[in-house]
Design a binder for this molecule. Structure first.
Ligand SMILES: [Zn+2]
Length: 101
């Protein structure tokens, strides 16, 4: 999905989504089906110079709630392990062959 320009309305919506003033938005990386920002792209450093390494930031409350639920279920640790160098040999052997019907 292409990045789109963040309008003043987008910044206001993101501020409402986050419950605080949105900072240093570069662009909107993804939008909800209703058109509101879903993911924003941010600058690598905030205006005050603070490093901000999160390039893409999920802002939509429903999406952040869904991701939080997945993370709480331990899925993040599973993914982290599956994409670690330790798991690489396992990852490529673990996929079961699909049964043809
Ligand atoms: Zn929406």
């Amino acid at each position: 999905m292409p990045l789109t320009h963040a309008t003043e309305l987008d910044v206001q919506v993101v501020s409402r989504q986050l419950g605080r003033p949105a900072r240093d938005i570069v662009a909107i990386a993804a939008r909800c089906v209703c058109g509101n920002p879903l993911v924003v792209q941010t600058k690598p450093r905030l205006a005050d110079g603070t490093p901000f390494p999160t390039l893409y930031y999920l802002t939509h409350p429903a999406a952040t709630a869904a991701i939080s639920t997945l993370e709480a279920s331990g899925l993040k640790e599973v993914w982290s392990f599956m994409y670690s160098p330790v798991a690489r040999p396992v990852r490529f052997r673990a996929a079961p062959a699909k049964k043809r019907i």
